[in-house]
Design a protein around this ligand. Structure first.
Ligand SMILES: [Zn+2]
Length: 205
């Protein structure tokens, strides 16, 4: 099948300077984003219908929501889409307040693409609030965010904004991280179960 050349400059229209990618991802890597607002100027956005354009772009980094990454990884593993170009990383976007990505999903992405998987926690406006540590020591907060534990629940704080509730329990670690980054870490993250929420209510009553 002959493929038409794609004008990727046209696809770069939705630019944003709001986020610096928290990981060491150089702007010259081809980064394809499948969902949400563009993370940086270096990403090119593709909708789920633009699978041929995505293949032609030959992304090295894939960025997307759990749903979009799942769909794309299924297409790749079934041989419907050729995404063998992905050779650097997969970034999974987790909206704050939802469950962190599961180990099963990480393994599925790893088996499909064979590259490290990093989770990025995004706020209501799409900005990255925290991101997986490269040494797998939890999530590092972005520089524009801090964290507090209130009634057992992790809340993410940003200057001049309401605290963001996460429905997560965790530990906040400020000691130096083996990865070399100095931002606080959120470790042992777990979705707060209904049972422990009720226990906390009972304890505070
Ligand atoms: Zn770290």
């Amino acid at each position: 099948m002959k493929r038409l050349p794609v004008d990727f400059s046209r696809l770069r229209t939705q630019r944003s300077r709001r986020n610096e990618l928290p990981l060491n991802i150089k702007p010259n890597l081809r980064q394809a984003q499948l969902s949400g607002l563009p993370l940086s100027d270096a990403v090119v956005c593709f909708s789920s219908r633009q699978i041929v354009d995505l293949e032609c772009f030959r992304p090295q980094v894939l960025i997307g929501s759990v749903e979009d990454l799942q769909r794309t990884a299924e297409r790749a593993s079934l041989g419907i889409a050729d995404l063998s170009s992905v050779d650097y990383a997969v970034l999974a976007l987790s909206p704050v307040g939802e469950a962190p990505i599961s180990d099963k999903f990480r393994v599925f992405l790893w088996q499909t693409f064979g590259v490290p998987v990093f989770e990025l926690v995004t706020g209501p406006n799409g900005a990255v609030l925290a991101a997986d540590c490269e040494a797998h020591e939890g999530w590092h907060l972005q520089r524009n965010a801090s964290a507090a534990i209130f009634d057992g629940e992790l809340q993410i704080l940003q200057k001049g904004q309401q605290p963001i509730r996460t429905r997560l329990t965790c530990e906040i670690e400020t000691k130096p991280c083996p990865c070399g980054r100095d931002t606080p870490r959120i470790a042992n993250v777990q979705l707060r179960s209904r049972a422990n929420s009720l226990n906390m209510l009972a304890a505070s009553a």
